[in-house]
Design a protein around this ligand. Structure first.
Ligand SMILES: O=C(O)C[C@H](Nc1ncnc2c1ncn2[C@@H]1O[C@H](COP(=O)(O)O)[C@@H](O)[C@H]1O)C(=O)O
Length: 462
């Protein structure tokens, strides 16, 4: 057997690549290295703009050519960095050397020593991660989540009046509407989106042990904390003033916990839809050319929701691990974060893939209203709650003196299948006020949905 050509180990880079490719722009190694070049270049521009250490502001053209290193970052830079790192065995030092080479090519040798000036690698790394994670979340993952929420909100609206038997503990229970049950997920996910929008992307820029020691010894008179704050905020990040060598990663733990929470809510959605499909409440729309089972030709399997379930579990496993481990670093730093953070994209990737499957799955189901109604009609005993509650209200209002209405309805309905005729006969014989009796006689399981329809109006705009 001849060996295969080099293969990706992660399915995210293989069969699922198309669904997650937007994340690679930011959360891949190349995305990280491009951001590192950006931070190095912006620091050079900052230092020269402020004429620090005898430098003079670069011309607009020189600044543009420096920034073009970021906008034009491509395969040539990826390959060159790999060659440099093979020698340096230090990824950030390789980036510094690449920037120095480009400075030479641009005739800017005179500022070469200001590259990576007073920086420790983490000064570059933490800002690069904050920038790339921020972009991935706000421009790729969150829009995808919003797309799923929008689709769910559309279905909630469409099915707001579709009465449905509920199944608390898997047993027939007081009905709702399919729309209201979907709206619950819209509300839950909407809250998490709100929290995610408030994410603080923190950055530190204070040298080898967070003390500005090299900075102060190089220029004792400069206001280094202010410079650091201005620089970090200038990149669109929030400044962290007090750290060891590394940014403490607390914002990352908070973010990954929230994304993982969103995953778990989506997991609940996926398993609920799967269950509704298995109950016949949702019909799967046959897709032209598709096969359900390789041997049972009649089948359409709910594969979108099953794929989502698995990928949400994988995503949360990775994000939970990152949230738990990134917040510790021995003494002033260890390198565990460096190795762990390389998997941020994997964590988001599995979630992104799940979102893609849920989005597609939601577009391939139809509500079977007639199945919902038939199920309601087969479970008149669920009106036991309505009857006992109305009798209690009548007793409280002095219009009835029936004793222990709950026990009475339990005797009639518990563990039994009661039909419309038995309930009508039972209600007709009750000693309660006429208005209450009429209300009960008019009640059907499909009509016993309370305010489910109106509650859909509580949907947040996400
Ligand atoms: O500014 C510094 O570099 C200071 C230095 N601390 C470091 N900070 C950041 N990166 C460092 C550090 N040390 C190593 N490296 C490089 O990290 C890379 C680790 O490789 P991997 O496990 O694949 O993520 C791999 O490229 C390593 O070479 C210190 O001594 O405190």
């Amino acid at each position: 057997m001849s060996p295969l050509p080099t293969q990706p180990l992660s399915p995210l880079d293989g069969r699922y690549q198309a669904a997650v490719s937007g994340l690679g722009e930011f959360l891949s190694e190349a995305g990280l290295n491009r951001a590192r070049v950006q931070v190095e270049v912006e620091w050079l521009i900052y230092l020269t703009d402020h004429s620090m250490f005898g430098s003079a502001p670069l011309t607009a053209e020189q600044q543009a050519s420096l920034r073009a290193l970021v906008t034009d970052f491509g395969q040539a830079e990826i390959d060159e960095l790999a060659e440099l790192e093979a020698v340096t065995r230090h990824d950030v030092k390789a980036v510094e050397y690449l920037v120095r080479r480009r400075l030479a090519a641009l005739g800017l040798d005179s500022i070469a020593e200001l590259t990576h000036f007073a920086c420790t690698s983490e000064d570059i790394n933490n800002l690069s991660y904050a920038l790339t994670v921020q972009s991935a979340v706000t421009t790729v993952w969150l829009p995808k989540l919003r797309g799923v929420i929008a689709k769910l909100a559309e279905l909630a609206e469409q099915h707001r009046d579709a009465a449905m038997l509920c199944h608390t503990h898997g047993q027939p229970a007081t009905p709702s509407t399919m729309g209201k049950e979907l709206a619950v997920f819209v509300y839950r996910l909407g809250r998490i989106v709100g929290q995610l929008e408030g994410t603080e992307y923190l950055g530190k820029f204070s040298g080898a042990t967070g003390t500005f020691a090299a900075h102060v010894v190089a220029d004792p008179d400069a206001a280094w904390p202010t410079i650091s704050q201005e620089f970090v905020e200038g990149l669109g990040l929030s400044w962290n003033p007090l750290t060891t060598q590394i940014e403490s990663h607390d914002w990352q733990a908070e973010l990954y916990n929230r994304v993982s929470h969103a995953n778990r809510v989506l997991h609940n959605l996926a398993t609920d839809i799967w269950t509704y499909i298995s109950m016949g409440y949702f019909r799967q729309i046959p897709q032209a050319g598709a096969t359900g089972s390789s041997t049972m030709p009649h089948k359409i399997n709910p594969i979108r929701f099953e794929n989502a379930e698995a990928n949400l579990e994988l995503s949360s496993a990775i994000l939970d691990s990152l949230a738990a481990t990134l917040v510790t670093s021995r003494l002033q730093r260890d390198l565990t974060d460096s190795s762990a953070q390389r998997n941020i994209g994997v964590g988001f990737g599995h979630s992104m893939l799940a979102l893609d499957n849920i989005q597609r799955g939601l577009g391939e189901i139809d509500l079977a209203r007639e199945v919902l109604l038939a199920d309601l009609d087969a479970n008149w005993e669920i009106l036991g709650e309505a009857i006992q509650t109305v009798i209690r209200a009548e007793v409280a209002a002095g219009r009835s003196n029936i004793e222990d209405p709950y026990a009475m309805l339990k005797e009639l309905t518990r563990g039994k299948r009661i039909g419309q005729a038995e309930l009508v006969a039972f209600v007709s014989g009750l000693d309660i006020g006429d208005a209450a009796k009429d209300r009960l006689l008019a009640l059907t399981p499909a009509g016993y949905i309370g305010l489910a329809n109106e509650l859909v109006d509580r949907l947040p705009r996400v």
